[in-house]
Design a protein around this ligand. Structure first.
Ligand code: K1U
Ligand code: ZN
Length: 170
């Protein structure tokens, strides 16, 4: 198992569109283990492959308090999304320290392969639905700050670049 470096906004690689996983083989299984270890270490509830600079359609999540219920979604596709929308505060391991409200469908249905490559269907509401939509955006090269106003987004970009400069200097 290995900890993978997480790309930080505004890294242009976060805007790469991920390609379908062709085969759930040993390479993908190692990537899943490494992404789960990275997500747990960073204390996140989700992580998309895009965030670790792998541009394949793979997401890991764990919303359990005990951190012992990993969920793996490979090649996820939303098959239904509710008209009803809800605003929830979101965070992102690629935009550390920033939380803001984003409007998304309250409920979704999706199909995806699990960590063994088996096709599954899933109904999601609440934080699970929010997290899945957030992670699927990463696979399309979209970061949640892109839902915010240009003013807020530019402030966040400036803050992140300043933090990066200070880390490089230290
Ligand atoms: O970077 C990521 O994509 C992971 C992200 C997932 C997420 C959290 C909350 C709403 C949408 C997507 C995080 O794990 S952020 C850190 C976190 O643990 C958290 C933040 C807010 C609420 C609950 C957890
Ligand atoms: Zn994120």
């Amino acid at each position: 198992m290995a900890l993978l470096p997480i790309l930080c906004y505004p890294d242009p690689r976060l805007h790469t569109v991920a390609q379908p996983v062709q085969l759930v083989d040993a390479r993908i299984k190692t990537l899943i283990s490494d992404m789960l270890e990275t997500m747990y270490d960073a204390e996140g509830i989700g992580l998309a492959a895009t965030q670790v600079d792998v541009h394949e359609r793979l997401i890991v999540m764990d919303l359990s308090g005990e951190r012992n219920s990993p969920l793996v979604l490979i090649n996820p596709e939303i098959t239904w999304a509710s008209q009803e929308q809800q605003v929830n505060d979101e965070g992102c391991l690629s935009v550390p320290g920033i939380y803001d409200g984003v409007e998304r469908s309250s409920s979704i249905q999706l199909k995806a392969q699990d960590g063994e490559g088996r096709l599954r269907t899933l109904d999601a509401q609440g934080l699970l639905a929010v997290c899945i939509q957030h992670e699927m955006d990463h696979l399309l090269g979209k970061v949640f700050v892109e839902y915010l106003s240009p003013l807020k987004r530019n402030r966040i970009k400036t803050k992140m670049l300043k933090a990066r400069r200070e880390t490089v200097r230290a």
